[in-house]
Structure formats: C-alpha cells, structure tokens
Write a protein that binds this ligand. Structure first.
Ligand SMILES: Cc1ncc(COP(=O)(O)O)c(C=O)c1O
Length: 451
C-alpha cells in the first residue's frame, strides 16, 4: 500500500463522507482532476483474488439436481483459459440484493407486472444518463430499447430483417457464437478480414461489389468494434466513415456488437461506430453481461427509431411484456445507487492487472516465435502459436499439460485461424493465471521438439 500526502485535514468536508475506495476509483477513471491527487488516500498496489462480500450471507445450497445449473465447466487439473465468463467472485451480489430489496419495497406492482415492450422506462432513463456519463452520448428515448442481451438482440434482428439464404457479412475473426446465431437463421455468411486496426475497408468494398455483380443483396454486417472477441483489437475511428458510407450505399445494416466498450484498461475506448453514423445504418448492441452479471440476461440496443420500432412491435415482446422486466427494474435501481459506475471501475482495475499477469507469464514462458498484441481492454488475448502449429490438434497436448484455450478456427467461417488460440484472463484465479502460460510453454516445447 502506498500513501499520498495528508492535505486532507485542510480539505475535509464532503470528501470525508466518500469512501476512499470510491475516491481512488473516481481518480482512476479521470473524474477527479490531478490537482486533487494529494488527498490522503490509500492506493491498493496489487489485486488479490476477490473474496465473497462481507455481510452477504449465502443461503444454504439447495438440494443437488442432476441437470447443470450454469454454462461454464471447470475440469479438475486443467486451467481453463477458454472461458468467456466474468470473474465470478466479482459479481456484485450484495449491491444487487440491495437493489432487489429497494425495488420490492418501493415499486412492487410495477416491477412484478408485464413490462412495456421497449423495456421499463425506469431502466431506459437510467441507461440513457449512464451512457451520457460514460460516453458523452444520451440517445433519445425512441432510439433505445432493452434487449435480452446482445445474443437475443442479434437473433431478433436476424429474425425481423432477413430471410434464409440472405447474405450477412461477418468480420473475421469474430465472436464464434454470433456465427451460430446467424447460422440458425440460415444466412449466407461471408467473411470480411480485419487487420490490427479492424475491418479492412478496401476488401469490404470489393466484396460488396462482387456480391452486387452476382445479384446478391447484403442485408447485415456483423462486427465487434471494441476489444474484439477474440482478437482484442478495436476498430480505428478513421475507418468508421467509410464503413457506414458503404452501409448507406449498399443498403445493409451494420450490427455493431459493442459489449466490451466500457472495459478499457489503458486508454478510453474510442467512440462507437454508431456515434457518427448516418441515420439507419447501424444497430449498436450493449450488454449487462460483461459489466454486471450474465445471469441477468439483459442488454440494450441503440439504433434508428424505425429499427427500434420494428423490434419493439414484434409479437414476442407484445405477448411477453418486454424481456426480463423484473431484472430490468433491479438494474435500474443498481444504476440509480451509482453502483454500476463504481463496479465498472473495480472491474477495470482487477481485469487490467489480470491481463498484465497473463502477458508477463507469456513473455516469460513462451518461445519467441509466439506472438500477440496486448489487448487494451475486454476479456481476451489472441495468441499466435509458432510456425507449423495447428491450435485444434495442439489442444490435446495443451490439456494433457493442464491448460486449455479455444482454438482459432472457431472464430472463422471457413476454418482459417489454425495458428491462433483465444486465451481468457478474467475468470481463473490469479495463481492459475500465473501458472497457465507456464503449462502452455511446456506443451509448446514438447511439440516443438517433435516438429
Ligand atoms: C462479442 C460478444 N457479443 C455478445 C456476447 C454475449 O452477450 P450477451 O450475454 O449479452 O448475450 C459475448 C459473450 O461472450 C461476446 O463476447
């Protein structure tokens, strides 16, 4: 722990009423200007694995049931760097409990009724102002709606805007499960390559011209604009205009999946593609899964009033009364208490340090031929194995050495990506995060000897 000088006595007043951790967090995020840095605050130097929150009593476990309760699987003896989950011990159960109590005491009838199709007004209002604080944009109410997470929003857009056989462009490499969602709608997926600054716009244009010559109409273009899953790369803002102009010219909708936007660890995230796009060209998806809790199954979409209206008027939202209405009230109360802003700052500092531990381990234990770009945010590091390696076949050796990852070919439509592995740094314990690269290094050296 390091200490910063004691001007505080002179300054006292409102600052004393604020907890120190909040001060550090606000300072960390840039809310407190540098001139106030000389307050007496304790800066935590190193993170440790989070402990269950004090005061939060876990009720006794229910009876064991034979069916799985959650999606992730931890295999004994294997360090699972393949997951895409947030750190479970950081899930803010206490804050959500407080929010739930508040909702049930203050607004039980609204919260337990069928909800409005667009999502409850209380969450939409909180979200608009939260976006204003986070990104300096406050979308008008008719341009935003609550979704059942980014996955549901993508599924809904495919369902409402496409027919089987329609063309959907996809950035590659891309979030592998989005490919599955689009395949459910029998779309003809065509890949658009990316480089270290995101989509290769020149290639995109060539693909669009070719499709036009073939008489094919492109309906959608799916991309992950900030801290891409799996590559960690963000789309350079200088490419935004060209992409959205192409969307306008060729008449397709860009689905900007931006679920990692708030999780930056070095520099602030660049503005989203939606930010300066011509009206009607982009639908931007956000999610509470990565910044709050995936089990809540809620997110949001920002787009043109026409697209929002089309989605809001869908039969399923009418019949079901919105999506996750009670959870939406709970999240609204959580944001209202300022707990989301604080939680995100905690996530940033914890995940930043985890990323650094992983990178340190990779530098220390992997042979020089391995390559990666250190991600500036998000959940993943995209590792290139040495020449001649195929990450799908190498997985068995890695797992035999006690470490796992997701093979790169999953993130491509055409089986490319063989030299790459996706490594997650948010979920496993700090000890395992240090140990994982060591095991990976051992496995690589074993195969290197054979090759
Ligand atoms: C890029 C991307 N989009 C969407 C999702 C899923 O989001 P949600 O939980 O909101 O459906 C993930 C989860 O890993 C993701 O990485």
């Amino acid at each position: 722990m390091s200490r910063i000088s004691t001007e505080r006595k002179r300054r006292s007043g409102p600052i004393d009423a604020v907890c120190r951790w909040t001060i550090v967090n606000l300072w960390n995020v840039g809310f407190i200007p540098a001139c106030q840095k000389d307050m007496e605050v304790i800066i935590p130097k190193k993170i440790s694995d989070p402990q269950p929150e004090k005061g939060f009593q876990m009720p006794k476990k229910q009876m064991p049931v034979p069916l799985p309760d959650v999606q992730y699987v931890m295999r004994p003896g294997i360090i699972e760097l393949r997951s895409g989950h947030p750190n479970l011990a950081l899930l803010p159960a206490k804050g959500l409990l407080k929010a739930t109590r508040m909702v049930l005491q203050r607004e039980p009838e609204q919260a337990l009724s069928y909800g409005s199709e667009q999502g409850p007004g209380c969450l939409i209002e909180q979200l608009r102002h939260w976006l204003g604080r986070m990104e300096n944009i406050t979308p008008p109410p008719k341009q935003i709606m609550i979704t059942g997470g980014a996955s549901q929003a993508l599924d809904m857009l495919c369902m409402l805007l496409t027919q089987p056989g329609d063309v959907a462009l996809v950035q590659e490499p891309t979030y592998h499960l989005a490919l599955r969602v689009m395949r459910d709608h029998q779309l003809d997926l065509i890949s658009v390559p990316s480089d270290k600054e995101g989509i290769q716009v020149g290639v995109l244009e060539k693909i669009l011209r070719r499709l036009q010559r073939q008489g094919k109409q492109t309906k959608l273009f799916y991309l992950v604009s900030t801290f891409n899953n799996p590559s960690g790369i963000s789309l350079n803002v200088e490419r935004h205009k060209a992409i959205t102009e192409l969307a306008k010219k060729y008449g397709f909708l860009v689905i900007e999946d931006d679920v990692y936007h708030q999780l930056w660890y070095d520099d602030f995230s660049s503005p989203s593609l939606f930010h300066n796009a011509p009206p009607g060209t982009v639908a931007r998806l956000g999610s509470f899964s990565k910044i709050l809790a995936p089990g809540l199954r809620l997110g949001w979409m920002i787009s043109s009033p026409q697209i929002i209206e089309k989605c809001v008027k869908s039969g399923v939202l009418d019949s079901g009364g919105g999506l996750g209405h009670f959870n939406a009230h709970m999240i609204a109360a959580f944001i209202e208490a300022n707990d989301l802003d604080i939680h995100i700052v905690t996530l940033r500092s914890n995940y930043r340090e985890r990323r650094d531990i992983l990178v340190h381990g990779l530098k220390k234990y992997l042979p020089d031929e391995c390559q990666w770009v250190t991600p500036g945010g998000g959940f993943f590091l995209w590792l290139r194995l040495p020449r001649g390696f195929n990450s799908t076949t190498f997985l068995a050796e890695a797992e035999a050495s006690g470490v796992s990852y997701l093979p790169g070919n999953l993130f491509y439509t055409n089986g490319a990506g063989a030299p790459y592995c996706r490594l997650n740094f948010t979920q496993v314990s700090l000890k395992d995060l240090e140990e994982g690269p060591k095991r990976l290094g051992i496995a690589i050296r074993k195969i290197n000897k054979i090759i």
